[in-house]
Design a protein around this ligand. Sequence first.
Ligand SMILES: Cc1cc2nc3c(=O)[nH]c(=O)nc-3n(C[C@H](O)[C@H](O)[C@H](O)COP(=O)(O)O)c2cc1C
Length: 360
Amino acid sequence: MEVPKLRIGELTADVPIVQGGMGVRISMASLAAAVANEGGIGTISSVGLGDLERGGQEYERISREALREEIRKARSMTDGLLAVNFMGALSNVEDLVGTTVEEGIRLVVFGAGLPMRLPEMVPDPSVYLVPIVSSPRAAELILRAWAKRYKRTVDALILEGPLAGGHLGFSPEELDHSDDFALEKLLPALLDTVRPYEERFGRKIPVIPAGGIFDGRDIPRLLKRGAAGVQMATRFVCTWECDAAQEFKQAYVEAKEDDIVIIKSPVGLPGRAIRNKFLAELEQEGNKRVQCPYRCLTVCKASEARFCIAKALLTSYRGDVENGLVFCGQNAHRIQRIVSVHELMSELMSDLRTALEEEL
Ligand SMILES: Cc1cc2nc3c(=O)[nH]c(=O)nc-3n(C[C@H](O)[C@H](O)[C@H](O)COP(=O)(O)O)c2cc1C
């Protein structure tokens, strides 16, 4: 089996690897462009950009202009494929999606919430819409609603399993039994869900699994089960090009398996992070209330939130990994060193090729 290319609509990535969007500011222009230059798809996270401390009335404008700048910067660094990732719970998501389309990005990836109205925000069919789901049931809700309301379907789906980083689409109880929701189990069920819509709309809907994919040897078992490519994020944190501070990357290198824990986020979903002073204090004190200078999440009530997720993630992104929240995937503890994106992508592709040959 040859290494397949990843096709979404008219776009083709020579390397079937998508670098997953990572907020806040972990995947911006530098990382996304480096991945795109290697033939994969690089994803800019649209969350929490710009001088947010100025906040207030200016929040929407500041976020918009910062995203525009980031997209332009990435474009100046690569001719490869770029995507922008959005969180459904963002209060200004519509504005950010509009800016992204204006800037000529053709891959809109939407997670942390069901993007029921996304086709209204992006009527242009040459911009490809890629929801992130964690279950066939969530996919079915989107597919059915879009078919009925908009007579259209998704251009691809990212299937995020329970080992992923950041916010997770599983309950804490489900995460205690993550084997029951392994990608190998979810993927065939999702492909069954998607099939009637492929037939109805007369085209392929690529499914891209994510979560816990660590090396090139993990990829063939998903390709064999019908994946069009894979999405990976944690591995890309420990690259020189990743936009986070060196301390953030080092926290991954130093993490042990039992340092990686599940937390409850003000977004209303569980999240996975590295245990640190911030989480220990939160456990002891119950909350770390802060003034909210802007309302970045529709779902977050500042008066009730246990902490400000934007501030916590920004703090760790800037390098204070004891007083901020360090999101990571379950396999972060397996990373031993920081490498270049070129080195990582070459290693992944070489292991993938070997694994595919061995299976012949
Ligand atoms: C630090 C970090 C931040 C993340 N932030 C986001 C995000 O803002 N939006 C999103 O859709 N996914 C986010 N994710 C999930 C990734 O895009 C990806 O799907 C997932 O982590 C893949 O699993 P892996 O990290 O084991 O490769 C984040 C992951 C990490 C590690």
